[in-house]
Design a protein around this ligand. Structure first.
Ligand code: HEM
Length: 65
């Protein structure tokens, strides 16, 4: 299912983007840093600058929902 309450393939382990956006510690810079470093339970994405811009913008856009 796709939508605000959708869960990813990791089920309950991965926070929904809306929950990530709502965390006080989440900023554009924190997302860029997170997405450019490896994380044990997450696939090792290598995003281009354009992809990074899009994903960061998308997550931050969930802030007010
Ligand atoms: C475009 C794809 C993805 C993006 C942009 C993304 C982004 C993020 C972000 C920003 C967090 C940080 C939450 C925090 O700061 O606490 C996170 C955590 C996490 N993600 Fe992803 N994620 C993606 C795909 C995935 C996939 C496909 C999986 C699983 C197969 C996954 C598994 C996890 C898990 C388990 C966490 C929990 C925190 C951790 O272990 O570090 N993610 N993700």
């Amino acid at each position: 299912m796709i939508g605000p309450g959708a869960r990813g393939p990791a089920g309950d382990a991965a926070p929904p983007f809306a929950a990530v956006a709502a965390m006080p510690s989440t900023t554009e810079m924190s997302l860029r840093a997170f997405l450019q470093t490896p994380h044990a339970r997450m696939p090792d994405y290598r995003l281009t600058t354009a992809e990074l811009d899009g994903v960061v913008g998308w997550i931050l856009a969930q802030k007010s929902r």
